[in-house]
Design a protein around this ligand. Sequence first.
Ligand SMILES: *[C@@H]1O[C@H](CO)[C@@H](O)[C@H](O)[C@H]1NC(C)=O
Ligand SMILES: *[C@@H]1O[C@H](CO)[C@@H](O)[C@H](O)[C@H]1NC(C)=O
Ligand SMILES: *[C@@H]1O[C@H](CO)[C@@H](O)[C@H](O)[C@H]1NC(C)=O
Ligand SMILES: *[C@@H]1O[C@H](CO)[C@@H](O)[C@H](O)[C@H]1NC(C)=O
Length: 443
Amino acid sequence: MRPPMKTHHLITIPPIPTPPGAMATPHSLFLLFILLFSTSNAADLRIFHAERHSPTPLDSVLSLARNDLTRLAFLSRKVTSVPVASGQQVLQSSSYVLRAKLGSPGQLLLLALDTSADAAWTSCSPCSTCPSSSALFLPANSSTYSPLPCYSSWCPQFKGQSCAADSAPSPCTYYQPYGGDAAFTATLSQDSLTLASDVIPNYLFGCVTAVNGSSANLPKQGLLGLGRGPMSLLAQTGPLYQGVFSYCLPSFKSYYFSGSLRLGPLGQPKNIRFTPLLKNPHRPSLYYVNLTAVLVGRFEVPVPPGSFAFDPETGAGTVVDSGTVITRFVTPVYAAIRDEFRRQVNASGGYTSLGAFDTCFSTDEVASVPAVTLRMEGLDLVLRVENTLIHSSATPLACLAMAAAPDNVNAVVNVIASLQQQNLRVVVDAANARVGFAREVCN
Ligand SMILES: *[C@@H]1O[C@H](CO)[C@@H](O)[C@H](O)[C@H]1NC(C)=O
Ligand SMILES: *[C@@H]1O[C@H](CO)[C@@H](O)[C@H](O)[C@H]1NC(C)=O
Ligand SMILES: *[C@@H]1O[C@H](CO)[C@@H](O)[C@H](O)[C@H]1NC(C)=O
Ligand SMILES: *[C@@H]1O[C@H](CO)[C@@H](O)[C@H](O)[C@H]1NC(C)=O
């Protein structure tokens, strides 16, 4: 039996307030254009400077940027497909990873694909406390790298250190907790990000220079945030991908980069059912869906009223996440699923626990296993056996691959996690606030 996988994640309640001056203001949109479309670091610094001390001819810059957008949209009329693999196989980490290049010339990095985070970060040289000292991004080797100054308008959004009163402006550095047992110090930076053959100039990311606490659950080389909030890939690329991406995660046992992250509306499945995304202003990164019932076989499991209710204040509801490994339900919902599942499986040898799983049984002793269906507004996601059971390789043992939410941090949120998404294409259409699921084998 493989060791039970750790869920390393990020989804922590209580709510985090939305950063001040988030995306929608003309001012920050202007800065976003600058970040996206200015061509050299020197120019950036000058523009930041000018923006601070004397008005820039805003209109002309904006119209220049508009031409860029048209051109980028034109250039992107092809399918952008970024290879994705199981991090467990290629990096001994629990997250799925995608191939990206950062800098000029591009340095290959395997970044965790995280749909519940916005800001990207990568381990940067030098960093003696980073999880992998061998695969660090080398800022010094990139001709397009630049740190953002402490007076950058983005700095407060990361709770970065403000400029010291009477010394020269320093880079913006910030400190960020990660996953409950780690934290890192990073320099807010920008550089060219290459995804497949798309080059995204001046991508904003954190260049991590020190890690505090345990780095065991920290993505080994870095993370690409595909969340819904400001700073995410969608927010930073604007019209390039038109708020649309999809991914197919191969089995966590697969050694190949056979999965993919497909960016933009082109090449997405045509016949697909969508469910609306719900917006939680306290957790703008998260993809909340409206889970309304869970079926085991044909039987809808009985849950206490309000068990699936969406509540932005408490964070309650259901999130689709690529960075958590096993699906978690709030305790009464999980108990109802487990009891019904056990009743239908009717294993003669009874059930044992293994790690996070409490419903393990000998597959020699059961005739068949019922399908588990996640009923969301507008669609039924019927999980296949590979998305429902986790099998031991050595013995005829299988476990129901779901669990109750831990009592401490995630007690109110249901998480549809990566094991339940393997060999599905998950289409996120953030522009139209919906997410869809289609069958696709990508092992
Ligand atoms: C980075 O730059 C240094 C100094 O210019 C050079 O010696 C080294 O080979 C470069 N490393 C990579 C990975 O390009
Ligand atoms: C991080 O750990 C170092 C020691 O390893 C310590 O000196 C430093 O204060 C810590 N930083 C924070 C912000 O906790
Ligand atoms: C979720 O879907 C149910 C059934 O369609 C509906 O009654 C409920 O209002 C929806 N919840 C939200 C938060 O949209
Ligand atoms: C469960 O299995 C037992 C034998 O182990 C059998 O007697 C019983 O009828 C089964 N129940 C169902 C609901 O299939």
